[in-house]
Design a protein around this ligand. Structure first.
Ligand code: AMP
Ligand code: MG
Length: 391
């Protein structure tokens, strides 16, 4: 059995980055940039008004001003501004020649036909200056960026309509267990519904990869072998749950080895999720996660998610914050690193969620973070600062 940190390192170091492809930027959400994005224009491309108002010379501001033109956004001003003149200007419209200030509509009174007067004593320029946000040829998005909506805005503004991104990992998911029925069936006595596969498929999708569900393998060597072979057929990664611990019908590790998979580890000193398996076959990877839903969730979050991201060129660093415990937490054994599902309350305190063990399927629904308790430590005291990893 290896330590969790060692397992994570093995997983991370096994990843290689997939190929590139160009995509329509509108379809690039949650993809990872495989190139730096440069701007072909300055932003703003011209000095423009930041408000709806009147463009004038600052030195004339406290005189009565004559309004000589109305400038809508998208129009080039026709008239230059001379002494004691101004043009009415809309937000985003180019500044007319001879001006250095825009006063806001709200701060002005009309004193006659096409005459205005500024009512305030303070002066602000209210101009967005040419090139102040983006210079021409400047790198605006770096290779390795995970594309979110705000990045799509930058792709749009710089005309980067076909960005180069990394290929999405293709990930097969299946479950093992004779006790499992699919969610649309009512389980008879001694059976339960297959929840892991659907949780894992959703997690794969959330991590930006393409999931494929290949079904449920029964607890026989033959069925396990067939399902692993099928899952490997057209995928980069296989994730299975169940059949990896010490039960009489837990065939997964043995069959993986038979099928030429090099097992990098078969168990980790971690709670929950000790019987977690990771293996490599040429350029394909397999994670065997424990059958208990909390364990498979936590180990996906800790090991599989960073791995999937890495394959697609993104260095995933989870968001972590230090917050105080809301009450004491005590555990009996301290031979494993333990990851506890917690809830951060509105007052910023952290509470371990009520949790009857790793089979407690609905425990995670109220959790919004995970905290770790290191090997050798049994107590977290109320008020102790803990490092919460958001989920
Ligand atoms: P195993 O790792 O196969 O020994 O399974 C451990 C526990 O998780 C058992 O109680 C199983 O019934 C349960 N389990 C296994 N697979 C699933 C699944 N796909 N969905 C829900 N529970 C499961
Ligand atoms: Mg099983």
């Amino acid at each position: 059995m290896i330590k969790f940190e060692e397992a994570l390192k093995i997983v991370e170091n096994s990843a290689f980055i997939l190929d590139n492809e160009r995509v329509d930027f509108k379809e690039s959400l949650n993809r990872v940039l495989a190139e730096d994005i440069k701007s072909d224009i300055e932003m703003p491309p011209f000095d423009k008004s930041a408000v709806d108002g009147y463009a004038c010379k600052k030195e004339d501001l406290f005189n009565e001003l004559e309004v000589i033109e109305i400038i809508p956004a998208g129009k080039v001003p026709e008239k230059d501004i001379a002494k004691n003149q101004c043009s009415k200007i809309m937000t985003g419209a180019p500044m007319p020649k001879g001006t250095d200030t825009v006063v806001m509509v709200e701060d002005v009174e009309e004193t006659g036909e096409n005459k205005i007067r500024y009512l305030k004593s303070k002066v602000k320029n209210n101009i967005c200056y040419r090139g102040e946000d983006i210079k021409e040829d400047e790198i605006v998005l770096k290779k390795g960026t995970l594309i979110k909506p705000q990045h799509i805005a930058v792709l749009a503004t710089t005309g980067s309509v076909n960005p180069m991104v990394y290929r999405q990992a293709k990930v097969a998911v299946f479950s093992t267990g004779d006790e499992l029925v699919e969610p649309d069936k009512k389980p008879s006595v001694s059976r339960i519904r297959n929840s892991n596969a659907y949780q894992l498929l959703a997690m794969v999708k959330n991590a930006g990869a393409i999931p494929e569900y290949t079904g449920i393998a029964s607890d026989t060597e033959e069925s396990t072998r067939e399902m692993i072979t099928k899952a490997f057929k057209r995928n980069d990664i296989v994730i299975l749950s169940g059949g990896v611990s010490m039960g009489d019908f837990d065939y997964v590790p043995q069959i993986l080895e038979e099928l030429g998979v090099e097992l990098k580890f078969k168990s980790i000193a971690v709670q929950p999720g000790r019987p977690t398996v990771f293996g490599i076959r040429e350029k394909q990877f397999i994670f065997g996660l424990p059958g208990n839903p909390v364990s498979s969730f936590v180990q996906f979050e800790l090991l599989v998610k960073p791995f999937i991201y890495r394959l697609s060129g993104f260095n995933y660093i989870p968001v972590r914050i230090n917050l105080p415990m809301g009450k004491d937490y005590i555990r009996k054994k301290s031979t494993s690193l333990s990851w506890l599902p917690v809830r951060i309350y509105d007052n910023g305190e952290v509470y371990p969620i009520e949790y009857h063990g790793s089979a407690h399927i609905n425990a995670l629904t109220s959790a919004n973070g995970l905290i770790s308790v290191p090997i050798g430590q049994t107590i977290l005291k109320k008020g102790d600062l803990v490092n919460v990893r958001q989920i």
